[in-house]
Design a protein around this ligand. Structure first.
Ligand code: F6R
Length: 617
């Protein structure tokens, strides 16, 4: 997803801006560009399709120049117009004295473009963004005041946008606004910074303020001048970010994804922190204090999320249905708000859980806002502190996975599960569905998870052998029942998104209702056998696909001789309660996806066509 950077201060501008821009690469992009305001009042623009290194090679002459006063830059992920040099940001007005970088979508851009063309403006690109530069030009002519022109422009725009803008008439200001697209502002003794995301500017400052929707203003190298959406001046109130920059680097692993998979014993521990009273062996969730009454009396839970986070939501639904009397609805964010049912019917008896790593997924945010408009309390299971979902949910439950850089989510998923398990059991306890003995056992199993996951990571060599065996397949199927099917859905998503191999997770019992027709000699079938209550049925499904000469890769318990006997290849896990199988079972599936993708020579951390943070619908 697009990334924005802006800097004005005493350091050399270009190296800071390009370094910060590179720290946004993980969001996914297809082109990048920079606009620099020079001492003589000219605006220098460079923009290129492809990696930031291509842009960088265009900047050698200006790299250390003292004549650069300030700059803005952008990584683009195409939404309007194909990825090419012309459509890359920054975009300029007719005079070349206004430069704009934009993240989001301007919904009324066509109407504005038609109007501006009629007034004589000449457009160069196919983007929605370019209208912004021409609008500023128009209002600058009308008002003669750059800040007023900027303000009038944002009042005219409809849609989602985070903007950083240079207007050459103002040699010491970068203007910005945040409207439904993330933006943060930082300040240090070396200047002031704008970025779409915290990691971009972390090496330069730890005093960072995530902006609320509607906030606009400018930075001038020393001060951050801010206004709220009503136009009232508001103070710059940064939070201290204590993330370790090291943890945003690869730490010796060849890819972020592998590093993040291996971090899981630690991140799981971080998710449990503060949520278990070890002395009493009890679940404690002080964050939920304000919702206790509601959690005791509600009749219904709505769960919404996208992609991997939605898969975590499906497991939460399963747990709530198993351990409480709540009725539970789980829908993907992109559909939730179009569902024809009437939320007002049971709004007084409902709560909602919204799950998101980034906290910025547009579809999930839209669903959350709809839910909130009915005054249904929202619990946000979220990773990024300060993100939109973190701020707008009634109770954010932070999963503490740390920055997740690889596009394919791994450690955030397991931490979403951990928090989901704690939440489900906490609700079950409040409603009297689990007794002390059950709670103690649950707590002790949860506390054992970090060590268990370290052991499970030991299957990596076995998984690599299997990856080698199946890497050239065109289709790979996953079969399972109940919770096993739910982790297979996530395993299958992981595999397809980074290996580009077609893959499907099928409920094993559904095979003979259609999908069995796809199984032929040598088709890899990954069969998960971790749910004791359906084990016998699952074994007979494996026998069924073996009879069609499928290659069976069985994920089961090490001590399960029967499961091993139907496996061409076997991944053995230590014996655990089936309840916790998703948390342990997903690890080999993440590793399998990773190694297959590496063996196929794919860009594992940045798979084609995908972005880390999907901030458009
Ligand atoms: C897959 C993946 C995506 C995200 C989805 C939601 O590996 O990462 O499916 O899970 O785009 O993103 P968040 O969790 O940021 O809302």
């Amino acid at each position: 997803m697009c990334g924005i950077v802006g800097y004005i201060g005493t350091d050399k501008k270009v190296p800071v801006i390009i370094d910060a821009l590179k720290r946004l690469e993980y969001r996914g992009y297809d082109s990048s560009g920079i606009a620099l305001l020079m001492e003589d009042g000219s605006v220098v623009i460079e923009k290129k399709k492809g990696p930031i290194s291509v842009l960088e090679s265009e900047l050698t002459d200006i790299w250390n120049s003292d004549k650069v006063l300030l700059g803005i830059a952008h990584t683009r992920w195409a939404t309007h117009g194909e990825p090419n040099d012309t459509n890359a940001h920054p975009h300029t007005d007719c005079t070349g004295r206004v430069a704009v970088v934009h993240n989001g979508i301007i919904e009324n851009f066509q109407h504005l473009k038609d109007m501006l063309i009629k007034e004589g403006h000449i457009f160069k690109s196919d983007t929605d963004t370019e209208v912004i530069a021409h609008l500023i030009e128009k209002y600058l002519k009308e008002t003669g005041n750059p800040f007023e022109a900027f303000k009038k422009t944002i009042d005219t725009l409809e849609g989602a946008y985070a903007l950083a803008v240079i207007i050459a008439d103002e040699k010491d200001k970068i203007f910005f606004v945040r409207q439904q697209s993330p933006m943060v502002i930082g300040k240090s003794d070396k200047g002031t910074y704008i970025a779409s995301d915290i990691p971009a500017i972390l090496p330069y400052t730890r005093d960072i303020m995530p902006l609320e929707d509607g906030t606009y203003g400018y930075i001038d190298g020393k001060e951050v001048v801010l206004f709220d959406k009503e136009g009232n001046r508001i103070p710059f109130t940064p939070i201290k970010i204590d993330w370790d920059i090291e943890s945003a680097e690869k730490k010796g692993y060849p890819h972020f994804m592998l590093k993040e998979i291996h971090e899981q014993p630690q991140t799981i521990q971080d998710a449990l922190r503060g949520r278990i009273d070890i002395a009493k062996s009890e679940i404690v969730m002080p964050e939920l204090d304000s919702l206790v009454d509601k959690l005791k009396t509600a009749k219904k839970v709505y769960i919404t999320a996208c992609g991997t986070a939605f898969h975590a939501g499906l497991i939460l639904k399963y747990l709530l249905k198993t351990y409480t009397d709540l009725s539970v609805e789980a829908d993907v964010g992109s559909e939730f708000r179009y569902m024809p049912w009437d939320l007002s019917r049971d709004k007084d008896d409902s709560i909602a859980v919204v799950i998101s790593q980034s906290g910025e997924t547009a579809d999930t945010i839209a669903a959350m806002r709809l839910i909130k408009s009915y005054d249904i309390p929202v619990i946000g299971i979220v990773n990024v502190v300060g993100s939109t979902i973190y701020r707008e949910s009634d109770v954010p439950l932070v999963i503490n996975a740390g920055p997740e850089i690889a596009v394919a989510s791994t450690k955030a998923y397991t931490n979403q599960l951990i928090v989901g398990y704690l939440l489900a059991m906490y609700i079950a306890k409040l409603r009297g569905f689990i007794d002390k003995q059950f709670e103690h056992q649950f707590v002790s199993d949860m506390l054992a998870l970090p060590n268990l996951i370290s052991t499970v990571l030991g299957v990596e060599e076995t998984v690599k052998d299997i990856a080698l065996n199946i890497k050239d397949s065109s289709n790979i199927f996953f079969i399972g029942r109940l919770l096993d099917h739910l982790i297979n859905m996530e395993g299958s998503l992981k595999l397809k998104e980074i290996s580009y191999i077609h893959s499907e997770a099928i409920q094993a019992g559904e095979l003979k209702h259609g999908p069995l027709a796809l199984i032929s000699e040598g088709t890899p079938v990954i069969a998960t056998v971790l749910q004791d209550r359906v084990k016998e049925k699952q074994i007979s499904n494996i026998i069924e696909v073996r009879a069609r000469k499928a290659k069976t890769i069985v994920l089961g318990y090490r001590d399960d001789i029967e499961a091993q006997s139907v496996a061409d290849m076997f991944i053995g896990l230590p014996r655990i309660d089936s309840l916790f199988a998703p948390i342990a079972g997903i690890i080999p599936l993440q590793l399998l996806a990773y190694h297959v993708a590496v063996m196929r020579g794919n860009n594992v951390d940045k798979p084609r066509n995908l972005a880390k943070s999907v901030t458009v619908e």
